[in-house]
Design a protein around this ligand. Structure first.
Ligand code: ATP
Ligand code: MG
Length: 403
């Protein structure tokens, strides 16, 4: 039996690393004042059709559908935000004190063609903030995620950023784009040919790079209102002040339909073809309203765990702080478990070796990166044990109470 295509097992050091990154993300999110939400991995498929968008690739091609006996249509979540918004609306988002700042960690599913950095099951770290619309907050939100990712992968990040304006601006732009594209359908890939009338903006996000066939395709900034222009400028002003490297990409659209206003994605500095986007996000001021809640401004981002791992130069040496307790004979097994229990109760990390052969315990401890070996033998009668440091290989006898 083999794992399904496009999935990944996390075993041993990879699993430890994944936990470590997750716990760093949680610390970061809590430091920002965010609290967590967990929602189901499956939802009614209608939720994704109404949020991510019926004509988006994610819904058109990438949803994993589930069927139930009652013929209800469910799908595995292709992203985390839709479920979070659904949960908040169900609990009466209108009357909740704002801002509502939420982080979510979870697996998401997309039926994509598996390739490097592109899985069918992958993990996202999401931050979503509801009830605040302030360009300096947006700038700060983006900048803090940049700093977090830079620290994890130890590489410089560049932010590609655009503004889609309000829903109205987006619509005006889409109409103009449609005219140009309609006159040049021969240049488009089959997917784009069929999607231009349904959702012409999707052509900008086409993975076959259809937009590159047009040398001077009109850009959305021509349609901004004064306020929209100003808002965008204030966001980028903040990024400049915070020394965040960014590039304005007037064609940046992103794969989810619910974005309006600011959108962005991050790559490492030398990934000029943007093959590995580490984080993507933007404002979605109309999503809560579109899903049946009261209009609530919102901004969010999602970081891909697998992309972080792929962009890490060296996997950091994961220090195991554990103690391995080694009984020297069967007579000391019970005592070893007593000592282990007392260490665990004190919040330490400890295990009892499954062998009474000291040499085997020692090899096991070295191989598994334990910090110290606690040798339990005759000295325990006087409340003492021998402690061997596995790095320096030095050994000393200490009182049990001093462990
Ligand atoms: P891409 O343009 O790379 O397909 P996207 O626009 O589909 O990304 P989002 O929906 O914004 O991405 O998801 C947020 C993050 O999740 C991405 O920035 C990326 O880090 C990660 N991600 C997206 N799709 C995959 C995948 N198939 N496998 C692993 N990580 C992914
Ligand atoms: Mg995608």
């Amino acid at each position: 039996m083999q794992k399904p295509k496009g999935t990944r097992d996390f075993v041993g050091s990879e699993s430890i690393l994944r936990e470590k990154i997750t716990s760093l993300f949680i610390d970061f999110a809590r430091n920002l004042g965010f609290t967590s939400i967990e929602t189901p991995v499956f939802e009614k498929s209608e939720l994704f059709e109404r949020s991510v968008g019926k004509t988006s690739d994610i819904v058109q091609k990438e949803l994993f559908y589930l069927s139930s006996k009652k013929n209800e249509r469910f799908a595995l979540r292709p992203e985390l935000t839709a479920g979070v918004v659904r949960a908040l609306i169900e609990r009466g988002i209108k009357s909740m004190p704002k801002p509502i700042n939420i982080y979510t960690v979870g697996n998401v599913y997309r039926y994509e063609k598996p390739q490097k950095g592109r899985y069918r099951e992958f993990r996202q770290y999401d931050l979503n903030s509801f009830g605040e619309k302030n360009p300096y907050f947006d700038g700060y939100f983006i900048a803090s995620a940049v700093k977090f990712i830079e620290k994890i992968i130890n590489k410089k990040i560049v932010v590609y950023i655009n503004s889609l304006g309000s829903g109205k601006t987006k619509e005006l732009y889409a109409q103009t784009l449609l005219k140009t594209l309609k006159d040049n359908t021969d240049k488009l890939c089959d997917d784009c040919k069929s999607r231009i009338t349904k959702n012409p903006l999707r052509v900008l996000d086409c993975k076959a790079n259809c937009k590159d066939f047009f040398s001077d395709l009109i850009t959305i900034d021509k349609f901004y209102t004064g306020d929209e222009k100003q808002y965008f400028k204030m966001v980028t002003d903040f990024l400049s002040t915070a020394s965040i490297k960014f590039k304005i990409d007037p064609y940046l659209m992103r794969g989810l339909d619910y974005y309006t206003s600011i959108v962005f994605e991050f790559t490492v500095l030398d990934d000029t073809s943007r093959s590995s986007v580490l984080c993507g996000g933007g404002r979605f001021d109309n999503l809560v309203g579109n899903l049946g809640g009261s209009q609530t401004d919102a901004v969010g981002l999602g970081i891909g765990l697998e992309r972080l791992l792929d962009n890490m130069k060296d996997i950091p040496d994961i220090k195991n702080k554990s103690l391995l307790i080694a009984p020297v004979s069967e007579d000391f097994v019970k005592k070893s478990y007593e000592i282990c229990l007392s260490l665990i109760s004190k919040g330490r990390s400890a295990q009892v070796s499954t062998t009474t052969n000291l040499q085997s315990s020692f090899s096991f401890a070295l191989k598994n990166n334990f910090k110290k070996l606690i040798i339990v033998g005759d000295e325990t009668a006087s409340g003492r044990v021998a402690v061997k440091d596995l790095k320096s290989k030095s050994q000393k006898t200490v009182n049990l109470s001093g462990l």
